[in-house]
Write a protein that binds this ligand. Structure first.
Ligand SMILES: [Cu+2]
Length: 156
């Protein structure tokens, strides 16, 4: 008998605490101009659950591959990439025949993330959550972007 009464009063306390915190957070969020909208994680979860196992046969969407090319100046093997919105991983293969370290970075629409820079004979990757739009990918090694290691990533 007593536990029920205890639970009831606890519930009332929790309710009032919720009301208090709701008031506090609403006044806080009204002062900051950018409400946090986080649809990307939800869409990622739904797409992976609908697909069952995440090991898709096609490499579409989340995984992109690039090579570092030093045969004529500095460049990536591709100057354009296309991906679907969501979590996108760009992998760079710095071939063993190269002479310089390379990496890959993705920039645009508030995103700016670099991979590790790796020596020839290694691969490195960067994973970013992207919305539809145009992004720039480039090599973060100083001077390489200006030398030609840059391209455009279009997210649909
Ligand atoms: Cu480079």
């Amino acid at each position: 008998m007593l536990p029920i009464g205890t639970r009831l009063s606890f519930g009332a306390l929790a309710l009032s605490a919720l009301a208090l915190s709701a008031c506090g957070s609403s006044s806080k969020s009204s002062s900051s101009s950018t409400p946090a909208s986080a649809p990307p994680p939800a869409s990622t979860t739904s797409s992976s659950s609908s697909g069952g196992a995440s090991s898709g046969s096609g490499a579409s969407g989340g995984a992109l591959a690039l090579g570092a090319v030093e045969s004529s100046g500095l460049a990536f093997s591709k100057t354009t990439l296309t991906a679907k919105a969501g979590s996108v991983t760009v992998t760079l293969d710095n071939a063993s025949g190269n002479a310089q370290p390379h990496g890959v970075a993705v920039e645009g629409n508030g995103v700016d993330k670099d991979s590790k820079v790796v020596q020839p004979g290694s691969t490195t990757s960067v994973t970013v959550t992207l919305k539809p739009g145009k992004y720039t990918f480039y090599c973060p090694v100083p001077g390489h972007r200006a030398a030609g290691m840059v391209g455009t990533l279009t997210v649909q």
